[in-house]
Ligand binder design. Sequence first.
Ligand code: ZN
Length: 252
Amino acid sequence: MTRQTLVLGRLFDIRVGVHVSWLAVYAFMTIALARALGMLPQPEAYAFGAVCALALFASVVAHELAHALVARRFGVRTSAITLFLFGGVATLEDEPSTPRTDALVALAGPAMSAALAVLGLVLMVGLDRALPGGALRDALGLLGTYVVLANGVLAGFNILPAYPMDGGRVLRALIWRRTRNRDAATNAASRVGIAFALLFVAAGVLVVAATHELLYGWYVILGAFLLRQGSSQERATRTTPVTPDGEAIAAA
Ligand SMILES: [Zn+2]
């Protein structure tokens, strides 16, 4: 954790904090979601946006905790979970020692996000049946939709085989198991990761050029970040939040 990190507390004996860059994400998400909900009176829309942003925060922490707790199960401690501009990071104090444990630790995060998406969907259907029609049911329905989409994106995006994202770590573990050489596997997975990063940059530039929607420039920034971070040992999670109407907005 750096000096720009605010420590919020401890969960399962792991420090949980937010880097100041996450606060920008939080403000942006609240405003973007409030704008997407233009049909509500302004204060309610902003309050609702803030609740959704809080749900995103909890979803990313749950994703990182899944990595950390599975790593602990295999004897690797996690000193901190930090949320930052691009999502979350679980700082593992060591690398898992076998390809199998490395893959299981990597899969735990997306598995948690996928499980939360399914749980959200089940809860939504249940509440929709249990509650009478009205503003409360509508608001819970929107929040549920956001939670399901955000966790679905957290699972789907991070499982892309773009090292050092989770899917890239699974790819590295598979190569590691075949070659029995972790460094060679890391190099091979990193090359795939760099290809994905370049793809994000190119796709971002093309979409911005085609739509003149500057928000999609986010993918250019994300690609550049992935390029720079290709060799990092941190287990980071990328988030690409989604507004309730299903449009991917360019945040975190
Ligand atoms: Zn992850």
